[in-house]
Design a protein around this ligand. Structure first.
Ligand code: CMP
Length: 139
């Protein structure tokens, strides 16, 4: 089915001027970038976004990292976009990511792993709504 998923190009990638290189892999996979903006996350926004992880030992480090530099938030559209984008990103830990994936090509570590993508269609809708209003998404 035609789906939309939510993507973040993380601070390690924006800092190294890799926004376009990440977008090239997204578009090569047939996903369309139907909304995109560069923003500075606030600590409160990052804590809300990663709320499901707040009991994890890496939560503080994760929030500090996500607010360390601007990020690029995106809505990606395509057939099976949620699963497809997870394939394009590769495994969370770049050591386990397949050749040609965003994380294999660009990620520095499991924390500084260049990209976030929604893990379900339901979460995609929740995450998109945290950053975009309807009229900012143009399919
Ligand atoms: P993301 O898809 O953005 O969602 C949760 C993030 O937590 C995940 O990507 C990783 O970047 C991060 N993460 C997972 N495990 C660790 C870890 N052991 N140390 C630091 N960050 C982690």
């Amino acid at each position: 089915a035609l789906e939309r998923t939510f993507s973040i190009i993380k601070p390690d990638a924006t800092r190294r001027n890799l926004t376009g290189a990440v977008n090239a892999l997204i578009e090569k996979a047939g996903l369309r970038i139907v909304a995109q903006k560069r923003i500075q996350l606030t600590r409160a926004q990052a804590e809300t976004f990663y709320g499901v992880h707040k009991e994890r030992p890496f939560f503080g480090e994760l929030v500090d990292f996500m607010i360390s530099e601007p990020i690029v938030v995106q809505v990606l559209e395509g057939e099976n976009a949620v699963a497809k984008y997870r394939e394009v990103m590769g495994a969370t830990n770049p050591a386990n990511a397949a050749e040609g994936t965003i994380r294999k090509e660009f990620a520095l570590s499991v924390g500084e792993n260049s990209a976030h993508g929604s893990d379900s269609l339901e979460n995609a809708q929740i995450e998109i709504a945290q950053f975009f209003s309807g009229n900012e998404i143009v399919g």
